[in-house]
Ligand binder design. Sequence first.
Ligand code: FNR
Length: 355
Amino acid sequence: MPHLFEPLTQRGITFRNRIAVSPMCQYSSTDGYANDWHRVHLVSRAVGGAGLVFTEAAAVEPRGRISPEDLGIWSDRHGEALAGIVELLHSHGAVSGIQLAHAGRKASTASPWKGGKSVSEEQGGWHPIVAPSAIPFSDHSPVPEALSQEGIQQITEAFVHAAQRSLHAGFKLIEIHAAHGYLLHEFLSPLSNQRDDEYGGSFENRTRLLREVVQAVRNVLPDSTPLWVRISATDWVENGWDIEQSIALSDKLKTLGVDLIDCSSGGAVPHANVFTGPGYQTQFAEQIRQKTGIATGAVGLITAPEQADQIVRTGQADMVLIGREFLRNPYWALHAAKQLGQENLYPMQYERAWK
Ligand code: FNR
């Protein structure tokens, strides 16, 4: 029976365990570059035993940043700034993953500790922001520009170039961010996509952009590189994107060479009624895994080692992504190994912590 500390192989990559550091924005970049903060933050969690360490969302173009301080990978120099970190992640036993993202209509906002509100050009923001349709995220958000078909092609190209730079930087795994109300999710959800061309309307049309991005990215990845997609399995709003559509989408993504669906939820609209609690999104990972046979990742209020182990042991998901608990404790995976009666995983230098 697989459990949290059983290795997993996907394509040419083996994760030493099923524990991943979930992508988490650090709002600490200048002009999109990784720096010492990212190095210490990410590498600490590799030392801390995670099988996979994801960067935060890395913007594929400057206007696709959530905040001016977001990480980016829109030039070769951005990739070079990440390469040293990637090497360190590997030397400490973790697989390196990068999440490629475009914030769409939720771009150009202040980082959380500066209030999170929309920022003007004078405050370091940018305009226009882009989306499938000219519908603002909230009453306080600017109206985005609806992307032309040419603009849509450019988005796909930006994801492809970002994937190529990621490979060049040494990343072993790529995740496309299609969740949380950012650009690719905005195309999926009827709440934000009201286009009347082949990118809007039917399920087939709303999923077209994500399928095109996935296909184009898969085409430039070696066979040995796993490709994951993070989705919001539901908008938590009636007549929005939902679990049935997520299952149908996952089935299609599987045939396009996606290796795992990372199952999050929400973010499309501010007024959603989200029912949170321990493991509140794990049900989505379980349903998608059972109905389509694709590997899944569970994320969301997974904090206890026994809880994480149970998710893998009972076949709800193949990987467990941990967010805030890894902010509280970079050594969460080492602690989990001890608690679950695994062998001592502490690095030699920390060996006495095991006793
Ligand atoms: C996040 N989250 C997130 N998700 C994502 O797909 N890309 C990202 O860049 C971020 N950024 C981010 C920053 C911070 C500070 C937090 C706390 C969260 C969401 C995160 O990956 C995870 O899905 C949620 O936090 C739920 O998991 P936990 O925290 O309950 O384990």
